[in-house]
Ligand binder design. Structure first.
Ligand SMILES: Nc1ncnc2c1ncn2[C@@H]1O[C@H](COP(=O)(O)OP(=O)(O)OP(=O)(O)O)[C@@H](O)[C@H]1O
Length: 231
């Protein structure tokens, strides 16, 4: 369970986030949508203790994320390419992350082999540094690294952005598989209403830093969101 309790974030006098309360039960697939600047990345950064809120606290499985690092053992995330070590090759990076997650090289190789199709021959064995991969391929590497070591919580900021259509479809399959047993809590932000309604059972809409909708996804949700954003 993740709890977001009276979180606000101010830069100077400007408040960019003000969320009273969100509880995300274990195993929920949670989608966060909102226009540019709505506060999605700010909220995810606070969940990952990358920025500190002005008020309030986040707990991840009863651990206050700003008070202990223990939540990092069961939480995988990819926000942007700053999560990568760009002077490493993807293989070196996966080994590095795997080591942090208690995996040996054989475990890592076995895990990575599952994503051959997703990588589409562009990541592994190319003898390229991560910094020399395209933005989309960097993102693919970062997303898969976030899934290493059986995390109980996965947080992905705009995972579909910059990916080609084939990869977006493959990513949806990966996320659906991840969430099918309702054991892993998955948080995704996205501008793609179709994708997010397809993979998330709950959608929260942020507008100017506040929650304006909190929807249990149903066959009507896509239409509801489309008409909301069309206004
Ligand atoms: N370091 C900072 N200093 C000042 N303002 C900031 C800072 N970081 C973020 N902001 C502001 O906070 C607001 C929320 O930004 P955030 O990146 O969380 O939005 P977002 O919903 O992720 O947007 P997008 O869809 O464009 O990625 C924006 O107005 C942004 O300019």
């Amino acid at each position: 369970m993740i709890t977001i309790d009276t979180i606000s974030k101010k830069y100077g006098k400007t408040e960019v986030l003000n969320v009273q309360s969100i509880e995300i039960p274990t195993g929920q697939s949670f989608g966060l949508v909102g226009n540019n600047g709505a506060g999605k990345t700010t909220l995810f950064n606070i969940l990952l203790d990358l920025i500190r809120p002005t008020t309030g606290a986040v707990t991840n499985n009863n651990i206050v994320v700003s008070q202990s690092e223990d939540w990092k053992n069961f939480t995988g995330s990819f926000i942007d390419e700053s999560f990568l070590i760009t002077y490493l090759t993807p293989e070196e990076y996966f080994d590095f992350v795997g080591d942090l997650r208690g995996m040996n090289k054989a475990d890592v190789a076995k895990f990575i082999a599952q994503f051959d199709e997703f990588f589409n021959g562009e990541i592994i064995g190319k003898k390229k540094y991560l910094r020399d991969l395209s933005k989309g391929n960097q993102k693919k590497a970062g997303i898969i690294a976030a899934l290493m070591g059986n995390p109980q919580v996965v947080i992905l900021d705009e995972p579909f952005a910059n990916l080609d259509p084939t990869t977006q479809i493959r990513l949806k399959q990966i996320i659906k598989k991840l969430t099918e047993n309702r054991e892993i809590t998955v948080l995704i932000s996205s501008h793609d209403l179709t994708h997010v309604t397809e993979v998330c059972e709950r959608i929260v809409v942020l507008d100017k830093g506040t929650v304006v909708k909190d929807i249990n996804t149903s066959p009507e949700t896509l239409k509801e969101l489309e008409s909301y954003f069309a206004l």
